[in-house]
Design a binder for this molecule. Structure first.
Ligand code: ADE
Ligand code: ZN
Length: 333
């Protein structure tokens, strides 16, 4: 049995494996500009976040019906469960679908079908986090929030993703205020490619509870001190950072230094179909590359549950943390 863990930074569209993309393309009569799954996979050589986003949004053309979203989420949940994931807080990008003429209800109902049966089928509890695309207008984000009102019971939080540089958190002040007024929790990507100031804005202007990535906080010691003092969780994605060239190699990733500084770090897979591994693979990779020992891995797993939005099920959180504490690395079976 793998180490139990929660995954808190996972874009469901980023779990679209090339084989599933081709199967859905055939089902929906969508022509992809690649010969086959192997050729598509060979295109996954990214310069930066923008070059990845181009391919990521393009491939979403195969996601059209409720069934497509159900199959996508089911495949992720099965795979994640196999790597020890017991709780997943899942991002989705509604604007990337509504812009193509896919109704918001199709996306949410399709995902919800897989999520509703996930605990029973896969042993994975779930939450949905609706992300706004920060390279779209604040008005478009507000319209998306408005359109999501019939589905608020299914959405735990709002997030902010897509091209970061030039799109500061402050652009979304009003929409985050509106989301908070609706009782939604708040997270945002900040400090992935963008400067430390974006992390401060996400905290001070958007009122987020967690920072997605937050890698660049390490450039400002006072900011690190604040994140430690306020126990703000960071959802780090080391394999993503290497593939999108935020760091040169995994060996140079600051995760260990961040943990040493007292930051509440979690590790996650971001877009696992594109970045070479799911979250269990990520734990394994940081163990190898950074020499994180068993107790450090246990800390990451414990943090993942501490940082999760399981407040409405504290019993489950306590049970999962107890499993982490009791986990025997010598006898994982
Ligand atoms: N959308 C999907 N993956 C993303 C990432 N790593 N950063 C920003 N937006 C994203
Ligand atoms: Zn992300």
């Amino acid at each position: 049995m793998p180490l139990p863990k929660a995954e808190l930074h996972l874009h469901i569209e980023g779990t679209l494996e090339p084989e599933l993309a081709f199967a859905l393309a055939a089902r929906n009569s969508v022509l992809l500009p690649y010969k086959d799954a192997e050729e598509l996979r060979r295109a996954y050589l990214f310069e930066d976040l923008q070059s990845f986003l181009h391919l990521y949004y393009g491939l979403m053309a195969v996601l059209n019906t409720e069934d497509d979203f159900t199959d996508l989420a089911d495949a992720y949940l099965a795979r994640a469960a196999g790597q020890g994931v017991r709780h997943a807080e899942i991002f989705f990008d509604p604007q990337a679908h509504t812009a193509r003429g896919v109704a918001l209800g199709t996306v949410i109902e399709g995902l919800a079908r897989a999520l509703d049966r996930s605990e029973e089928r896969h042993g994975v509890s779930t939450r949905l986090i609706m992300c706004f695309l920060r390279d779209q207008s604040a008005q478009s984000a507000m319209e998306t929030l408005e359109a999501a009102k019939p589905y608020l019971g299914r959405i735990a939080a709002v997030g902010l993703d897509s091209a970061e540089v030039g799109n500061p958190p402050s652009k979304f002040r009003e929409v985050y205020e509106a989301a908070a007024a609706l009782g939604l929790r708040r997270v945002a990507h900040a400090g992935e490619e963008g400067p430390p100031a974006y992390i401060r804005e996400a905290l001070d202007i958007l009122g987020v509870e967690r920072i997605d990535h937050g890698l660049r906080c390490m450039e400002e010691p006072e900011l690190v001190e604040r994140l430690v003092r306020e126990r703000i969780p960071l959802t780090l994605c080391p394999l993503s950072n290497v593939r999108l060239r935020a760091v040169d190699t995994l060996e140079e990733h600051p995760l260990r230094r961040m943990m040493d500084a007292g930051l509440l770090c979690t590790v996650n897979s971001d877009d696992p179909a594109y970045f070479g591994g799911y979250v269990g693979d990520t734990f394994h990779a940081v163990h190898e590359a950074l020499g994180l020992d068993d107790e450090r891995l246990r800390e990451l797993a414990r943090n993942s549950f501490l940082a999760s939005f399981l407040e409405d099920d504290e019993e489950r959180r306590a049970r999962l943390i107890a499993e982490v504490e009791a986990y025997d690395f010598e006898r994982p079976e």
